[in-house]
Design a protein around this ligand. Structure first.
Ligand code: ATP
Ligand code: MG
Length: 343
């Protein structure tokens, strides 16, 4: 059976972008593959997290994943399987630094300068507080380790992570060709993107992807948001000055709302055109809000019934199973590199 692997960070509150871009797919394909879904807490700490809050968020995220229908045997807490960090180090040693500094997410999260004026401001800021951790730069190598550790064939992620999966392939290829002794060590993973909802944009700024770590009350719809909050956020979403939906040339905000509706309801393109062409924005927003409320309701109901014991049990089961696979890959990697192994 082919293997699927993906991860989500316990940063902020999971939102409909995470759901439509990744989590919905995770649940849909989990029994077609041998599935491993990680809560990547080691990735979360590449930016400072308040320890108490982080702990609560890990539990909340686990509850949400179980409520979405992820099998408890598939759920892995990254830091419980030490081989993730160990393999990351070995891969760090075969990864050219230049591959990491050109990653879009690194540049965005490190807020690297674009213009000359920005360079000056950036340099001053850097002198004041050197806030960007080495971990943020290494982030994609750790992600490569997550994927390659389990010899994953398929990685279901949102569009923003496509570049990191490509880098993972580059790292795997480089490792395989540097250390060809016992044949190819790593399986080449393929990206799996949803057809609709691969990049959900912020409601307040449809030019920016919806993110957990982005501040602003009107930016994202949380998977646990109350129906009244969901309605309010969507009614305030940024659109444009056209009178109604121009289906062939919608502005970024309207396109985003249409994509959210289509992804939640799984409507065809024809249905979408028939339903929304010319619709006034007020009505569009009401229709989208009701689809989101209805789509999240069953998840929220199941979430309320999840107990802390179920979460602990899931972490134990999933991480034990994953640990076995991880150990065997790591032995293979060490052997290929000439490190001494006893088993
Ligand atoms: P952070 O801002 O902390 O990076 P995030 O919202 O980007 O949070 P991640 O935990 O980094 O969430 O990513 C989890 C999964 O959700 C990944 O597969 C990612 O591609 C997907 N994802 C994240 N944001 C979106 C989005 N706006 N639209 C579609 N998929 C998304
Ligand atoms: Mg992210």
């Amino acid at each position: 059976m082919k293997r699927v692997l993906s991860g989500i960070q316990p940063t902020g509150s999971p939102h409909i972008g995470n759901y439509l871009g990744a989590l919905k797919n995770w649940a849909k394909i989990q029994y077609d593959y041998d599935s491993i879904y990680c809560i990547v807490d080691l990735h979360a700490i590449t930016a400072y997290q308040d320890p108490k809050e982080l702990n609560t968020k890990i539990q909340q995220l686990a509850g949400i994943l179980l409520a979405i229908g992820i099998d408890k045997k598939s759920l892995v807490l990254q830091s419980r399987v030490p081989e993730h960090a160990e393999l990351a180090w070995l891969l760090t040693c075969v990864t050219p630094v230049g591959w990491l500094t050109r990653m879009t997410q690194f540049k965005a999260k490190a807020k690297l300068p674009k213009t000359f004026d920005d360079v000056i401001e950036y340099a001053v800021e850097q002198m004041r507080e050197s806030a960007i951790s080495d971990g943020l730069l290494q982030y994609p190598v750790l992600m490569a380790a997550d994927i390659l550790l389990y010899q994953a064939d398929v990685v279901p992620v949102g569009d923003d992570q496509k570049q990191h999966v490509e880098l993972t392939r580059d790292i795997a290829q480089r490792f395989n060709s540097l250390y060809p002794e016992n044949g190819e060590t790593f399986t080449m993973p393929a990206t799996h993107l949803p057809t609709v909802g691969a990049r959900v944009m912020g409601l307040d700024d449809p030019e920016k992807k919806m993110s957990k770590s982005e501040p602003g009350a009107g930016h994202a719809i949380g998977l646990l948001d109350e129906p009244s909050v969901i309605r309010k956020k969507i009614m305030r979403a940024t659109t444009d000055s056209k009178p109604g939906v121009d289906f062939d040339d919608p502005g970024a905000g309207v396109r985003n709302l249409l994509a959210i509706y289509q992804a939640f309801t799984e409507s065809t393109n024809e249905d979408m055109r028939a339903r929304f062409s010319g619709m006034r924005y007020g009505d569009l927003k009401k229709t989208v809000a009701e689809a989101v409320v209805a789509g999240l309701e069953p998840i929220q109901q199941r979430y309320r019934k999840i107990t802390p014991e179920q979460i602990t049990e899931a972490f134990r089961l999933g991480s034990e199973r994953a640990g076995e696979i991880a150990k065997s890959t790591l032995t293979k990697v060490k052997r290929a590199m000439g490190l001494f192994t006893f088993d």
